[in-house]
Design a protein around this ligand. Structure first.
Ligand code: S3P
Length: 175
């Protein structure tokens, strides 16, 4: 079946939002940031969900939103980095999306999240964020690899080059 959507997964700071927004513009699709949908649903920020309700509650919101976006058409979705932790999320996403995983080095991740302000990302708001990045990446690597055959390492690519690769995959898959 032809899939109308693209879902970008991958660790925090791998460029899902910037690449997703650019891709949506080019493909004339709507761009969705899954974390924004969760903030709307919960009526509070991501750090507040983690602090007041806990990570498990956040993961429940995530499952709910993956189910919800699986019913949409012609969207590019930037998923939160932990979406791979519950396999049901990937199953929902794959119902209507080509799932693509972005990868990059821990050094680039640290640079990007430092620029964004680490308060935004409760899991990395720790005294030694680099150690957290390495620990989480090691734990999650198998989940990212299992989620999709489409893995793009963006460490040495520009945003436009990554967008081009995704467009090729999407074109091939939607024939
Ligand atoms: C998370 C990634 C974040 C956000 C939350 C948890 C994760 O999204 O969903 O802080 O577990 O990797 P981004 O990947 O967009 O930063």
């Amino acid at each position: 079946m032809k899939k109308p959507n693209i879902a970008l997964i991958g660790f925090m700071g791998t460029g899902k939002s910037i690449i997703g927004a650019r891709l949506a513009e080019i493909l004339k699709k709507k761009f969705i940031e899954m974390d924004d949908l969760i903030v709307q649903l919960a009526g509070k920020s991501i750090p507040n969900i983690f602090a007041e309700d806990g990570e498990i509650r956040f993961r429940e919101y995530e499952i709910q939103m993956c189910k919800e976006v699986s019913k949409r058409k012609d969207v590019v979705i930037a998923c939160g980095g932990g979406v791979v932790l519950n396999k049901i999320n990937i199953d929902y996403l794959k119902q209507s999306s080509i799932v693509i995983c972005l990868k990059t080095s821990p050094e680039v991740i640290l640079q990007r999240i430092s620029k964004d302000g680490k308060e935004r990302r409760p899991l990395l708001n720790k005294p030694d964020p680099m150690a957290e990045i390495r620990k989480l990446l090691a734990f999650r690597e198998a989940f990212y690899n299992a989620a999709t055959e489409y893995q793009i390492d963006s460490s040495n690519l520009t945003v436009n080059e990554v967008v081009e690769r995704i467009r090729e995959i999407f074109k091939r898959e939607s024939i």
